[in-house]
Design a protein around this ligand. Structure first.
Ligand SMILES: *[C@@H]1O[C@H](CO)[C@@H](O)[C@H](O)[C@H]1NC(C)=O
Ligand SMILES: *[C@@H]1O[C@H](CO)[C@@H](O)[C@H](O)[C@H]1NC(C)=O
Ligand SMILES: *[C@@H]1O[C@H](CO)[C@@H](O)[C@H](O)[C@H]1NC(C)=O
Ligand SMILES: *[C@@H]1O[C@H](CO)[C@@H](O)[C@H](O)[C@H]1NC(C)=O
Ligand SMILES: *[C@@H]1O[C@H](CO)[C@@H](O)[C@H](O)[C@H]1NC(C)=O
Length: 361
């Protein structure tokens, strides 16, 4: 793991103290962007670890639209953090595990596909929220060593912390033989997920983080994947998943209001991803609940790319006409629409702040 420390920090240091130019790096008074999360936000960390291809997106046709090669993003093109970085005049925020990255000054992306707030959720293949936050803590420490406490603190408190976490803790139990959801009441289980999320948000706050952007749990209760599992019975939705996601989102909203009242200076934007995403699935768009890439009913059998247990897959001609790229992940087109709502959406969909307001403070 040591390969990650060294060059990036030297470049950052040299740039900040004006030893070298900061060409290709963000302007001096930029607002850094730190990203934590799951596959919705993973810009390619999954590309740099030895895990089964079923948990990766580093092969064709992932990336076909924008990058023209697979980057590890679970989409045909850009993902939400890429658009947010663009709106904030930052370069693309590099994955933490990408070797030789020298742009940590603009922020870092720690998100990892499949991860959750509970340790068990991504055991063996994901990087859970606790570990992601511990990576951030290492960077905070190094920034203090290099820049001095005052300068590091200023950057850390100006930064925006973008978090997508929790929905995998529920979804990992659908379509498996897991007994976890039978050993706890729904309320207990949601309480564990929210409890862990809250601990980690407070951890970032303790290090000086003040401005947070969240998405609530998206509409993973109605995906091509669920449709393929339940083919012919209930359409592409699972009512148990819906119930868990609704409970989670209500509890998450309460938890954030509580944090705001407890923590001085804590400011946040929550995008109601569940609503904006479901609107895109259920509106009478032609391909709302069918994936662009996959096979079987709704193309919901996760075979996109032919590197999973089922090899056969179909690929649509134009991903922009679809909401879902593969059985559970969004197209660049959908990501862009959601990113715009996070950035500048009105309070009925992104509140109490939106991201633009947080970057401007
Ligand atoms: C989160 O949840 C797990 C249970 O999966 C627990 O062991 C862990 O200590 C919790 N706390 C944090 C901060 O991750
Ligand atoms: C679920 O259990 C059945 C029967 O015990 C087994 O054949 C199957 O492989 C299991 N599926 C998973 C995903 O573990
Ligand atoms: C919902 O959960 C119940 C209880 O575990 C189960 O009997 C039922 O089949 C589930 N429904 C769906 C749609 O998965
Ligand atoms: C793909 O579909 C979008 C949305 O319908 C359309 O604007 C675009 O022109 C199409 N692109 C191609 C290459 O057909
Ligand atoms: C939110 O308000 C805007 C106008 O400010 C409106 O166009 C939009 O339809 C509303 N969205 C929802 C989900 O109510």
């Amino acid at each position: 793991m040591d390969h990650r420390f060294g060059t990036p920090y030297l470049v950052l240091y040299a740039c900040l103290v004006n030893l070298i130019g900061c060409r290709g790096l963000p302007a001096k008074n930029h607002v850094p962007l730190f990203i934590f999360g799951d596959s919705l936000f993973d810009a390619g960390n999954n590309n740099y670890v030895d895990i089964p291809p079923s948990a990766q997106a580093n092969y064709w046709p992932y990336g076909e639209t924008f990058f023209k090669y697979p980057t590890g993003r679970f989409s045909d093109g850009r993902i939400i953090p890429d658009f947010i970085a663009e709106y904030a005049n930052l370069p693309l925020i590099p994955p933490y595990l990408q070797p030789g990255s020298n742009k940590f000054i603009g922020g870092v992306n720690f998100a990892f596909g499949g991860s959750g707030a509970l340790i068990e959720t991504a055991q063996g293949y994901g990087i859970n929220l606790r570990t992601q936050v511990s990576y951030f803590e290492e960077i905070e420490k190094l920034w203090r060593q290099m820049l001095g406490d005052a300068e590091a603190k200023k950057l850390i408190s100006k930064a925006v912390y973008l978090i997508s976490m929790g929905v995998n803790d529920y979804m990992v139990h659908f379509g498996t033989n897991s007994t976890v959801l039978e050993s706890y009441s729904r309320e207990e289980y949601v309480g564990m997920v929210i409890g862990n999320l809250t601990v980690e948000i407070k951890e970032i706050y303790k290090k000086g983080g003040r401005k947070f952007g969240f998405v609530n749990a998206g509409a993973l209760d109605c995906t091509p994947a669920i449709g393929a599992l339940e083919a012919g019975t209930r359409g592409p939705c699972n009512e148990n998943a819906t119930a868990l996601i609704e409970l989670h989102n209500a509890a998450f909203s309460n938890a954030l209001q509580e944090l705001e009242s407890q923590l001085e200076g804590f400011k946040y934007a929550t995008h109601d991803l569940y609503t904006s995403w479901s609107e895109r699935i259920h509106n009478p768009t032609k391909y709302g609940s069918t994936a662009c890439c996959g096979t079987g009913p709704y193309r919901g059998i996760p075979s996109c790319g032919g590197r999973k247990p089922v090899k056969e897959y179909q690929l649509c001609g134009n991903a922009s006409e679809y909401v879902f790229f593969d059985s559970t992940h969004l197209t660049e087109k959908a990501n862009q629409q959601l990113a715009e709502l996070m950035w500048s959406g009105s309070p009925n969909i992104t509140g109490p702040y939106n991201l633009k307001m947080l970057f401007d403070i």
